[in-house]
Design a protein around this ligand. Structure first.
Ligand SMILES: CC(C)(COP(=O)(O)OP(=O)(O)OC[C@H]1O[C@@H](n2cnc3c(N)ncnc32)[C@H](O)[C@@H]1OP(=O)(O)O)[C@@H](O)C(=O)NCCC(=O)NCCS
Length: 374
C-alpha cells in the first residue's frame, strides 16, 4: 500500500472517482461533476492547506483517495474514502496508518492528527480504532444530513504525536472530579526522565524490545519470586510479557505508573525491575516496588536502585511520601527497605492473603517522608 500525491493533471480521474462511488454518510451521497469541479477550483483538493493522495494497493491500483487538510496548522485533519468495490478489504486502516506516518513525519512535527465521522459510520470508526486512534469526543446532533433533513451524532478520533512515536494507544482520561483534575494537572507539569543512572546501574523506562530478556529473567527467578508476587506463580508466555510491557509503556507515557528496567552499566545485562507505583499526585506520594533476577542477588544492586528511585521521587517528582510495602515474612525486601533508610511505620495484621491463597498475612509499611530526608 502507498499514498501517491494527486496532481491537477489528474483532475478528470479525481472527478470520475468522486462521482462514480457512493458516500452514504456525506452531505452529497452521489456528488455531481459540478460540485467536485467547484471544490477543485476553490483549492479544496490542492492548496497550501490541503494535499490529496491516491490510496494505491500492492498492485498500484487506485483503491481510494485521502485529503489531508489544515496542513498549515499544528493539528491537521483528513478525509478518507475507499472506492465502493474496494471496501471491506482492509484498505481503510492501512491507508490511515500511512496518513498518520505522512503527517507525523512532516518536518514541522505536528502535534496530533484528527478525524471526525458520523456516529453510525461503523466502518470508519473501526478504521480509526484499527489504526490506533482514540475516541475523544461524542457530539450530539452535530452532523447534518441534507438528505434526511436531520441531525446525527458525530464522533471525533485523534492520535497524538507521542502515541504515534511510541506505538501506543493512550486512552483519554475523563477527569471530572476535583481530586482527579488536580492529579492530572500535577502529572502534566512534572518532567519524568526516562533514563538515568546510579553508580553501577542504568535505569530506564521499559521498551517493547525488552520482552525476551524480561521473560527469561522471570522464568529464571520464578521459584523465588512466586512466594511474594502473585503473577510469578503463573506460567507466563512471552506474549503475556509483551502485553504487560505494552501496558507498562502506556502507563509510563501517561505518568500513571513508572516501571523501570535495571541494567548493569558495565555489561549492559538486564538485572531486574523497580518502579514507582500507586501514584497519588495530590500529595504527591509513590510506592516503590521491585524484584531482582535471582542470579544477581547479593551485590547490593537493589539497595542502589531503590536509593536512586527515592531520590528521583523526592527531588524530581516532588514526593512528600514514598512507601515500601511487603509481606512481614519477606526478609529480603525488608532488608532493602531498612538499608535504604525507610522507617517501619507499622505492621497491618491480617492485611492480605498469601499468594497461595491458604493463609492470612501481615503487611509491613515502610516509609520515607519529605521531612525525614531534609
Ligand atoms: C470508512 C472506510 C474508509 C473504511 O475502509 P475499508 O477499507 O472499507 O475498511 P475495512 O474493510 O478495513 O473495514 C474496517 C473495519 O470496519 C468493519 N466494517 C466494515 N463495514 C462495516 C459495517 N457496515 N458495519 C460494521 N463494521 C464494518 C470491518 O469489518 C473492519 O473491522 P475488522 O478490522 O474488525 O474486521 C471506507 O469504507 C469508505 O471509504 N467509506 C465511505 C467513505 C467514508 O465514510 N469515509 C469516512 C469519512 S469521515
Amino acid at each position: 500500500m502507498q499514498l501517491q500525491e494527486w496532481t491537477m493533471e489528474e483532475q478528470e480521474q479525481l472527478i470520475h472517482f468522486m462521482t462514480t462511488n457512493t458516500w452514504p454518510y456525506d452531505g452529497h451521497t452521489h456528488p455531481g461533476r459540478d460540485i467536485i469541479e467547484k471544490a477543485i477550483e476553490e483549492g479544496g483538493y490542492e492548496s497550501d492547506e490541503v494535499k490529496t493522495f491516491w490510496v494505491e494497493n500492492e498492485k498500484n491500483i487506485k483503491v481510494g483517495i485521502v485529503k489531508i487538510y489544515d496542513l498549515q496548522e499544528d493539528i491537521p485533519l483528513f478525509d478518507l474514502r475507499i472506492a465502493d468495490r474496494s471496501r471491506g478489504q482492509g484498505y481503510g486502516p492501512k491507508a490511515l496508518r500511512l496518513v498518520a506516518k505522512y503527517v507525523f513525519d512532516l518536518p514541522e512535527k505536528k502535534i496530533r492528527l484528527e478525524g471526525h465521522t458520523r456516529q453510525d459510520n461503523l466502518a470508519m470508526r473501526k478504521t480509526f480504532e484499527r489504526a490506533g486512534f482514540v475516541k475523544e469526543a461524542h457530539l450530539r446532533k452535530a452532523w447534518f444530513s441534507p438528505k434526511k433533513n436531520s441531525y446525527y451524532d458525530a464522533v471525533t478520533y485523534g492520535m497524538t504525536r507521542e502515541d504515534f512515536l511510541e506505538g501506543t494507544t493512550t486512552p483519554v482520561v475523563w477527569e471530572d472530579d476535583e481530586k482527579k483534575v488536580e492529579q492530572s494537572l500535577r502529572r502534566s507539569l512534572v518532567e519524568v526522565p526516562d533514563t538515568f543512572e546510579s553508580e553501577r546501574l542504568l535505569i530506564r523506562a521499559p521498551k517493547l524490545e525488552d520482552a525476551p530478556e524480561l521473560w527469561n529473567a522471570v522464568r529464571r527467578s520464578r521459584q523465588a519470586l512466586q512466594h511474594w508476587l502473585p503473577w510469578a506463580r503463573k506460567n507466563l508466555r512471552l506474549e503475556d510479557t509483551e502485553e504487560n510491557l505494552r501496558q507498562a509503556i502506556a502507563h509510563f507515557v501517561t505518568r500513571k505508573d513508572f516501571r523501570l528496567h535495571l541494567y548493569l552499566k558495565e555489561t549492559e545485562q538486564f538485572i531486574g525491575v523497580a518502579g514507582l507505583h500507586r501514584v497519588d499526585w495530590t500529595i504527591p506520594k509513590f510506592e516503590i516496588g521491585f524484584w531482582l533476577d535471582t542470579s544477581f542477588e547479593g551485590n547490593g544492586y537493589m539497595v542502589e536502585a531503590v536509593t536512586r528511585l527515592s531520590e528521583l521521587a523526592f527531588q524530581d517528582l516532588g514526593a512528600r511520601r514514598v512507601e515500601v510495602r511487603c509481606d512481614e515474612k519477606n526478609a529480603k525486601t525488608r532488608n532493602v527497605a531498612e538499608r535504604t533508610g525507610f522507617k517501619l511505620e507499622g505492621i497491618l495484621r491480617n492485611d492480605s492473603i498469601s499468594v497461595d491463597g491458604y493463609s492470612l498475612r501481615n503487611t509491613c509499611i515502610y516509609a520515607k517522608t519529605e521531612e525525614a530526608i531534609e
